[in-house]
Design a protein around this ligand. Structure first.
Ligand code: HEM
Length: 424
C-alpha cells in the first residue's frame, strides 16, 4: 500500500469519525474510538492531526498520533529525541499554571528529571514495597469491612478510590486528621469536566483545590523538618538535589503528582476491573478458583484492557523517524497507550478479556524509558490485595450496569459504578 497524502488521509479519517484532534471524537462511545484506532494502526505511517483555534495556539499546531505498540515503545525509550518538556499533556497547560504550581517530574528531562526521580524512587524499591505488603493487605481488609458494613451504592467512592488513597497517605505519612480534607481536594483537583469545556486537565475549580492541597502539604513539610519520621514527606524535606534542598514549589508539585497520579489511575483500574470481571463470569470463575495462580495475570489484563491513562505527549527535539514518518524538532507526537494495548500485531484477539494472556507486554504503565510509571509495582500489589478481599469475602459481589465514564482524551475515568453483593 502506498502512503496516502496527508489531505486524502484527513478526509478519509473524518469520514470514519476518526479525527483525534476533534473534541467530538472523545465523546463517541469507547467501542467507536477503539475502531478508529484500529483503522489508524492499519495506515502506513503516523498521521498528523491538526488542532484549531485556541488549542492550536497553545499546543503548537497539532500532533502525530503514535498508535502502534512498536512506535509508542520507541518514542518512550528515546528521550534524546522525544522530550517530555515543555509538557506531556495535550493541549499544553497555560504558562501561569506552571508558574503557580511548579514543574512536576513528568514534564522534566535529563538530569533534572533523573535527580528528582532518584529521590522519590527510594520510597518505591521492591524491598520497601515488600515491607509495605502487610499494610496493603490490612488496608484492603478494612476497606472491604467498611463496604460490607454499609449498603452497596457507588463502588467508586466507597471502594475504588479509598484503597489507593489510604495507601498513598500511609506511604507519605499523612496523619489521619488531614485525610478527609485532602481526599476532598484530590477529588476536585482531578475533576474532569469533559473535553469540550476543559482546556486544562485541571480546570478552574481543580486548580483552586490543588492550591489548597499544597497548603496542607507545606504545613506537613514544616512539621517533618522539625520532627522527621521514616515517611516519604520526611525523606523529601531532607532530600538534596544538586546541593540544594527541594523548594516549597517542587515539594508541592511532587505531592500533588503522587496524589493525583497514584490515586486516580488505580481507582479507575479497580472500577474497570470489577466491571470486566462481572461481564466475563468465566474469567472470574477461573480467578476465584485459583487466586494465587491467576491474580498477577488478571491485574495486568485489567490494566491492558481498560488502559487507565489514554495518552501522554512528547516533543521532538532532534531529527528522527518513527513508524516510517520523518519528524523535525518542535513537532509533537502523542503516545496513545489505549491503541497500543489493542495492537493486533502484539496481542492475539486484542479486544478479548483474557486473564491467562502470557506474555502480556501491555503499555498501561508507559512504554518503558526514564518516565516509566514509578508506582506500577505498588498499583499491582494494591489491586491484587483488594480483589482478593472483594472476591472471597462478600458473596457474589458484582457491578450493576455499565461504568459511567467521563468524556476525556486523557484518562479512562469512571465517574460512578453501581454495585451489589450478598453479605455472607
Ligand atoms: C493502574 C495504575 C496506574 C497506571 C495505569 C499508571 C500509568 C502511568 C503512565 C502511563 C505513566 C507515564 C509513563 C511514561 O511517560 O512513560 C505514569 C507515570 C507515573 N506514575 Fe503511574 N500509573 C498507575 C499507578 C501509579 C501509582 C500507584 C503511583 C504512585 C504511587 C504512580 C506514580 C507515577 C509517577 C510519579 C509517574 C511519573 C514518572 C516520571 O515521570 O518519571 N502511578 N503512570
Amino acid at each position: 500500500m502506498k502512503i496516502p497524502t496527508q489531505a486524502s488521509t484527513q478526509q478519509m479519517l473524518r469520514a470514519h469519525n476518526a479525527d483525534l484532534a476533534d473534541p467530538d471524537f472523545w465523546q463517541l462511545p469507547r467501542s467507536e474510538r477503539l475502531k478508529a484506532f484500529a483503522l489508524l494502526r492499519g495506515l502506513d505511517a503516523p498521521v498528523l492531526f491538526e488542532e484549531s483555534g485556541r488549542r492550536a495556539r497553545r499546543g503548537g499546531g497539532g500532533f502525530y498520533a503514535l498508535v502502534r505498540h512498536a512506535d509508542v515503545v520507541e518514542a518512550s525509550r528515546q528521550p534524546r529525541q522525544f522530550a517530555s518538556a515543555p509538557g506531556v499533556t495535550t493541549p499544553e497547560p497555560a504558562g501561569w499554571a506552571k508558574a503557580v504550581f511548579g514543574n512536576s517530574m513528568v514534564n522534566l528531562d535529563g538530569a533534572e528529571h533523573a535527580n528528582l526521580r532518584r529521590i522519590v524512587s527510594r520510597a518505591f524499591t521492591p524491598r520497601l514495597l515488600a515491607a509495605a505488603e502487610e499494610d496493603i493487605r490490612a488496608v484492603a481488609g478494612r476497606v472491604v469491612d467498611e463496604m460490607i458494613a454499609q449498603r452497596p451504592g457507588d463502588f467508586v467512592p466507597s471502594v475504588a478510590s479509598r484503597m489507593p488513597f489510604e495507601i498513598i497517605c500511609n506511604l507519605m505519612g499523612i496523619p489521619e486528621r488531614y485525610r478527609p480534607e485532602i481526599a476532598d481536594r484530590v477529588d476536585h483537583a482531578s475533576e474532569n469536566v469533559g473535553v469540550k469545556r476543559a482546556r486544562l486537565r485541571v480546570p478552574g475549580r481543580g486548580l483552586r483545590a490543588l492550591a489548597q492541597m499544597q497548603l496542607v502539604m507545606a504545613k506537613l513539610a514544616r512539621e517533618r523538618r522539625r520532627r522527621p519520621t521514616d515517611d516519604l514527606i520526611s525523606a523529601l524535606v531532607r532530600a538534596d538535589v544538586d546541593g540544594q534542598s527541594l523548594s516549597a514549589r517542587q515539594l508541592g508539585a511532587f505531592f500533588s503528582l503522587l496524589l493525583v497520579a497514584g490515586v486516580e489511575t488505580t481507582r479507575n483500574a479497580i472500577a474497570h476491573g470489577l466491571a470486566l470481571l462481572t461481564a466475563h463470569p468465566e474469567q472470574r470463575e477461573l480467578l476465584v478458583g485459583d487466586f494465587e495462580r491467576y491474580a498477577d495475570g488478571a491485574v495486568d489484563e485489567i490494566v491492558r484492557h481498560s488502559t487507565p491513562i489514554i495518552q501522554f505527549r512528547r516533543t521532538v527535539v532532534a531529527d528522527c523517524a518513527v513508524g516510517g514518518r520523518e519528524l523535525r524538532p518542535g513537532e509533537k507526537v502523542v503516545l496513545f497507550y489505549a491503541s497500543a494495548n489493542r495492537d493486533e500485531a502484539v496481542f492475539a484477539d486484542p479486544d478479548a478479556f483474557d486473564i491467562t494472556r502470557d506474555p502480556n507486554p501491555h503499555l498501561g504503565y508507559g512504554g518503558g524509558g526514564p518516565h516509566y510509571c514509578l508506582g506500577a509495582h505498588l498499583a499491582r500489589q494494591e489491586m491484587k490485595a483488594l480483589f482478593h478481599e472483594l472476591l472471597t469475602r462478600p458473596r457474589d459481589l458484582r457491578a450493576v450496569g455499565m461504568p459511567e465514564l467521563v468524556d476525556s482524551n486523557f484518562d479512562n475515568r469512571v465517574r460512578a459504578l453501581r454495585f451489589a453483593f450478598e453479605p455472607s
